[in-house]
Write a protein of this length. Sequence first.
Length: 225
Amino acid sequence: MDMLRAMRERHSVRQYLDRPIEDRALESLRVEIVACNREGGLNIQLIAGEPETFGGLPARLKHFARVRNYFALVGPEGSALEERLGWYGERLVLTAQALGLNTCWVAASYSRSKCKASVETGEKLVCVIAVGYGATQGKPHKSRAFDAVCRWEGEAPAWFRRGVEAALLAPTALNQQRFLFTLLPESRVLAQPTGGSYARLNLGIAKYHFHLAAGGENFRWAERT
């Protein structure tokens, strides 16, 4: 399964089968984590076979069940951390989907004190991502209108439309989709958060979707207008 197909087929799943992740899939995820950490300067970790982090009341209230595995999104503290973790966390989510696994981004509905991730001095645990074999494949979320999340002048090129449509498939906190992509001259794209919970994390996730679908060779990110 390629990443674009994984993007279309992936939906949030909170209830899992009581089934360990197969060794080959675990190894593939660990290889990808090493690559993400190296490229992003991060300390993302895969915690497998651990029931306590999702065993408390916060998880039960949000209907999580049998979560035994999760990615812990950890990195050096700083203003750019959440966006980088959004980008590379979603890369791992789509990798997991391509391996036949299911996932769910989780910002608060878990026991942070019981999380088994190693967080060094100067680092921060931002959130976790549940991963495993889902009891279901989840359901598609409702998306905002195309022109509600992007701006352009003249005729938008096909790659820009593909990117925005892919961004609308991205998971965001409470399904807010609070981001804006603006097409600027010279094939530059400005991506901005427009408020909401975990705004920078959400932006990183959406930017990764945009990048995959638009093709990195077709544009470059703009830092400001």
